[in-house]
Structure formats: C-alpha cells, structure tokens
Write a protein that binds this ligand. Structure first.
Ligand code: 3H9
Length: 653
C-alpha cells in the first residue's frame, strides 16, 4: 500500500475504497487536542466522501493511542472532548476498524471500543489504567468494556488498571482478530468484509445475569483499597456502567472523571508518573553505553538469586559464582524455582531458552569474558573488597564491576581496583526480579560511559534507575534509617510499636515500620548498627530497644518473636517488648506521655523529609522528584501521596 508521508497529526490515505486514518503524535500518540480535532474532521471527511466505504484507524510509530494526553490534565478543558469524538466515530454510517499495535491504553482503548471492529498485533496490550493516575476512565470505558467482555473481567481490568495481552483480549471478546501477517492490510481486509457498523453501546452487558458474581468481585476488590480513592471510584463507575442505561452511565462516568482529575491524589499520581520518567535526565545517561550481554553474579543468597533471575528474564547470559558446590547448587535451585514460578504465571514464554543462558561456577575464571559482574555477597566491607580484588585480576579491563551493597562506601570498594572508574553501585531491592527500583550509586571516579551503561541497563531490566551519590545508605536506606530512628524515639516518648504501625497503615503504607522489621529480620540491621557504632557514625540519643530484642534472640517472624509475638501467623503486641521499652524510657529518663495516634505520622514524615532535604542539599539525590521515586518504589510510600517531598511541599502550600 502507498502511504503518503504527512506532517499532520491525523492524516487520511486511501486503499481502494477504504480510508486509512493515521494518528501520528509521538512519542505515544496520546489523544491531544490536535488528535481529537483531527479525528473529528476525519469522521466528517470520510462520511462525506462517496469513494469511501469503510475506515481503518491506525497509528504511526511505536504504539496505538496510549491514552489521553496527561500533560493536558492541568490545563482547562479543550474541545473537542474525547467522549464526543468517540461518539461521532461510533455513530458513523461507515464501519470503522481499529488496527492496534503496541498499547491501546485509557482513552486509546476507549477510542478503539468506539470503533466498530478491532484487530490487534499479536504483541499488543490493551487496558484501562486510569486508576493508576487517580482517575476513572472518562470517555466511556466503564460503559463500553462490559458490553464487549464479561462484566467481571471489565471490573478487574478497570479497578486493577493492568493491561491484558492480545490473545486474552481475543478470547474475552474485546477484539475481533489477531493479525497473522501485516496488521494494516488485515485491518483493511476486515473493513472490506463488514459492510455495516456494529456499535458497542448497542450490545447488552456481557454476563449481566450474574449480578451476584459481579458484586462478590466488587466487594473483594473494595477490601483491598488502602486509601487510593480512584480504585473505589472505578468500582462504583463500573457498577453504574453495568446497571444503568448507557447514556446515564456515560454522564455519571464523565462527572466522576472530571471530579477526580483535579483531586489531590490525581495530582500526586501525575507527579510520580512524570517523575519516574525523568530519573535518567542526566547528560551522562545519553552517552554511548558499553555493550552488555554476559553477566556475572557473585553470591547465590536471596539477593543474588533475584539478580540472576532478573537478568535471565530479560535476555542476558548469566554466570552465578558461589564459594562451594553445596552453596552453588542451592543458589542454582532457587534460580530455577524462581524462573519456574514466573513461567507458570505466563511471564516467561520460553523457559528452556531462558534456562539455557544460565551457568554456574566456583572458579572466578569463568568471568573472564563477562561484560558486567555484580557482587551480592555478605554485607561486610572486607568481604566485598576481597571480591573486588579478585575480580580485578580475572575480568576484562573494560568490564564493569558493580556492588549491590545497600549501605557501604562504594568509593572504598572501588579503590581496590587498578581502574576504579569501572566500579559502580547497583542497589537492587528484594526480590530483585520483581522490585522496580534500582539505585545506581556513582562513586567519585566513575567513568561517564559506565553511568550510561548502568542507565541503559535499568531500562533493559524494566526497572526505574535513580542516580545516587555515595553516602551511608544512599538515598533510600539513609532516609529509612532516619524515620526508623524517629519511630524508636516515638517509643521512648510514649507510643507503642502497634500505635506507630497502625498510624503508618492508616496513612497508606502497606505495613508499619516495626512490622516491616519483623518481616525482614532484625539481625541484619543490628549488624549494621554495630558497624556504624564502631565507626562512630551513631552518636547521642542512641536507643537500645532493637538491640535488646536481638540480644534475646527476637529477630522477627523467623524466630517467632520480634517487635511482636508471632503466634500462628498473627502478630500480637508483646509484654516483653513493652517492658523493655519501659526500662529504656527509664534509662533515658524519658517521661513517656500518653500518645495520640494522630501525633505519630507528622513525626515520621517530618524525620523523612528532614533527611530527604539533607540528601538533596548534599547532592546525593539529583532532585526532590528522584527522592519521591525512590520512596514510592522501594519503601512503599503511598503512591497516591506522590512521595514524601511532594506531600511535604503540597502541605506547605
Ligand atoms: C486517560 O486516557 C483518560 C481517559 O480515560 C479519558 C480522557 C477523557 N500522555 O513510559 P515511557 C510520555 S488517562 C502524555 O517512558 P514506554 C512519557 O511521559 C491516560 N505523555 O515509554 C514519556 O515522555 P518523555 C491513560 C505520555 O515505552 C514518553 O511518553 N494512559 C503519556 O516505557 C515515553 O513514555 C496511561 O496511563 C500520556 N498518556 O511506555 C498510559 N504516556 O519521553 C501511560 C506516556 O518526554 N503511559 N507519555 O519522558 C504508559 O503506560 C507508558 O508510557 C507506555 C509506553 C506503556 C504507553
């Protein structure tokens, strides 16, 4: 087919008697005002053109329309509105076929559902992720989706915000076909095949008779809402979409969308959306990276296994090194178990091919052709230095050597290399194959193309890379240490662990700071505190409660006791802990007043933001936005509050 190059946002070509309407609005074909106006004009032109019998709606570039243009959300509304554009397409007398490649998300999927037929590339994904931006769909998604797929599926897709793959969409009834060769040609063929439009809004709700199942799913989803109002609003909107006449449901959906668009939570979620995409806006990240294919990982503990799995899942070849056969086998088994469980969840299409890229060794010589080696050994400076010294001997001179330390001085580790410029910190979060955050810790001597390589690597792994300077704990753990210390001070001042945890959960954290310690184990942080005490890095007002718990073997859930007593999977307040707290209050001559739960969060947040401001002022973090990204993605700060810096700055006016 002949395509005329066009500078227009929306252009029209023809193939026989089929008009091809192409949206070209890089980077993701968002439905900006220009796109909406162009589409409306295309409806009029194609309706008026006697030589056109049908229309294919396609997109140039990497994706179908990925949604409304989020950048317009802070501006006054601009006509034409997307619901009106979609209504005009749906009302057209000639059939419109959406040809979907890449992602059809939010307003993009709503547009496709307004078309009369849909065909997708096999790799395409479709969804209504508006909840993730603090919204409900605003252009008919909650009304049209349950008229194409089972109402229950529509509900989980809209309230969960996760896209589905083309094959799932086909089975569910969201699309009519998956292209087997050329998407556009097959879309044209589909358009020729169908003489008349088929309007989604004229369908009955799918599975409407099973109201009980729908309500059960809605109740289950509602229980999981921790404070993000868009999820509850989405459940309500789909409920209306399923039960009310379509026109009433559309009007109610639009009103809910507009109300949420200017809410604090939507502003916060937009902030974090753009902040996550700006973390690597550093000139060094744009330089040519070193090639990376062969990866070495030292250490097959929890972190090493997660790192190996993360790399394998993204197409790299990985060699795992352990100190003896037994540890090597244990590590390799855990890697295979991780891969198996990902394959079972449909995340790894070709498990055998992935496993074939995995190798193990005891001898460091196996790393002689590695492009990058990451050490994930015991968190001890001397051990890490020894590993780096050995790597210095065996690796290629331009191989990048990374440490996964979460607190230690990366400059000191780099210094053992004959060329320290090839050292970097890659601080993964556990489990490393799941967690999105990667702190890229830059020692003073780091080469610029090592920064570029680490930045590219974070993208290749599907992670959000954040650049950090070197300090104790980098961005995230340093801030966490500060609010943990404040939580301890709250205990001395009169609060209970349960009160602090409840306040954090009420704020939106999935788990409080003491519950978290019980889950992770208190012993590692204890070892770190001992090191920091020995190095003189902890001074005045040191609170010994956690140390005393460790001294009596209360390491958390794994020992059945920590900040709480763990009985049959339930965490119960502990009298032992309360009496240790009381003794420490006495030792510190604290008064220990009665504490109101609402007094807790201002203190935790205050400690967080004070440390964050210091991290920023010292240049450890590049921006306040980066800090928010770290705390939201690595420390479960509630996303809909935008991160501690956004929350503090918004509260401060
Ligand atoms: C909606 O549709 C509401 C409707 O129901 C109602 C309307 C009335 N707008 O993520 P990437 C930019 S709500 C503006 O790095 P990837 C992004 O900032 C919307 N800009 O690429 C970045 O810019 P830059 C529902 C957007 O390949 C560039 O595109 N839709 C938008 O990893 C590349 O982004 C969504 O929530 C947007 N909607 O992932 C989808 N989206 O280069 C949100 C992206 O200057 N988007 N940009 O940094 C995504 O999930 C991913 O961007 C996508 C591509 C999967 C599409």
């Amino acid at each position: 087919m002949q395509r005329r190059p066009s500078a227009m946002t929306v252009s029209i070509d023809t193939q026989g008697r089929v008009a091809i309407v192409t949206i070209d609005n890089p980077p993701v074909n968002a439905s900006s005002q220009a796109v909406r106006a162009g589409l409306l004009e295309a409806v009029t032109k194609t309706e008026d053109d006697p030589d056109v019998d049908a229309v294919v709606l396609a997109c140039a570039g990497r994706t179908f329309v990925a949604g409304a243009d989020v950048r317009e959300f802070d501006l006054p509304l601009m006509e034409p509105h997307l619901p009106d554009v979609i209504a005009a397409i749906e009302a057209a007398s000639k059939p419109w076929v959406a040809a979907i490649h890449g992602t059809a998300l939010g307003g993009g999927l709503e547009l496709a559902m307004g078309c009369h037929f849909r065909i997708a590339d096999p790799m395409a994904r479709m969804g209504l992720p508006e909840v993730n931006l603090g919204l409900v769909p605003g252009a008919g998604g909650t009304v049209r989706l349950p008229r194409l797929v089972e109402a229950e599926l529509a509900l989980t897709m809209i309230a969960g915000g996760k896209p589905i793959l083309a094959n799932v969409a086909l089975t569910a009834g969201l699309i009519d076909a998956i292209a087997t060769s050329d998407l556009l040609d097959e879309a044209v063929a589909l358009a020729v095949e169908h003489a008349a439009p088929r309007r989604t809004l004229e369908n009955a709700v799918v599975g409407a008779s099973d109201a009980e199942a729908f309500d059960k799913t809605a109740t289950g989803l509602r229980r999981k809402v921790r404070g993000q109002e868009s999820i509850a609003a989405a459940i309500d909107a789909v409920g209306r979409g399923v039960r009310l006449p379509a026109d009433e449901a559309l009007a109610a959906e639009r009103a809910a969308f507009l109300a949420l668009k200017s809410s604090d939570q939507a502003r916060a979620l937009r902030h974090i959306f753009f902040a996550e995409r700006a973390t690597l806006a550093d000139p060094r990240a744009k330089l040519t990276p070193r090639p990376l294919q062969r990866i070495g990982v030292i250490g097959g503990g929890t972190m090493g296994v997660g790192i190996v799995s993360a790399f394998l899942m993204r197409g790299f070849e990985v060699t795992l090194i352990e100190r003896d056969e037994a540890s090597l086998h244990a590590g390799a088994d855990r890697v295979h178990a991780t891969l198996d469980s990902s394959a079972k969840r449909g995340l790894l299409p070709d498990l055998d091919a992935v496993s074939a890229r995995f190798d193990t060794a005891i001898d460091y010589a196996a790393l002689s052709d590695a492009d990058l080696v990451i050490e994930a050994v015991f968190e001890d400076m001397e051990v890490k230095k020894q590993v780096f010294a050995r790597l210095d001997q065996v690796t290629k001179p331009d191989a990048i050597l990374a440490t996964n330390t979460s607190y230690l001085d990366v400059n000191a580790i780099a210094a053992v290399l004959s060329d320290p410029s090839r050292a970097v910190g890659l601080h993964f979060f556990s489990p490393a194959h799941v967690m999105k955050l990667l702190e890229i810790v830059l020692p003073g001597a780091v080469a610029e193309d090592v920064v570029a390589t680490a930045a590219k690597l974070s993208k290749s792994l599907g992670k959000i890379g954040v650049l950090s300077g070197v300090c104790d704990g980098f961005i995230g753990n340093r801030i966490m240490s500060a609010y943990r210390a404040e939580a301890d001070r709250l205990l001395i001042d009169g609060a209970s662990p349960d009160q602090v945890d409840s306040a954090m959960r009420a704020y939106g954290f999935p788990i409080g700071v003491f519950e978290m310690q019980d889950l992770a184990g208190l012993d590692i942080a204890w070892a770190m505190r001992k090191r920091r005490l020995a190095e003189g890095k902890i001074s005045g007002g040191y609170i010994r409660i956690a140390d005393r718990l460790c001294e009596i073997g209360r390491f958390g859930r794994k020992t059945g006791a920590g900040w709480y007593d763990h009985v049959d999977g339930t965490a119960l307040p502990s009298e032992v802990v309360m009496s240790i707290i009381a003794e420490e209050r006495q030792t510190m001559e604290a008064v220990g007043k009665a504490f109101a739960t609402e007094d807790v969060m201002p203190r935790i947040l205050g400690a967080m933001t004070r440390e964050a401001e210091a991290v920023l002022a010292e240049g450890i973090a590049r921006s306040a936005e980066d800090i928010d990204v770290v705390m939201v993605n690595g420390y479960s700060f509630p996303r809909w509050k935008g991160g501690p810096m956004f929350a503090a700055r918004s509260a401060g006016g």
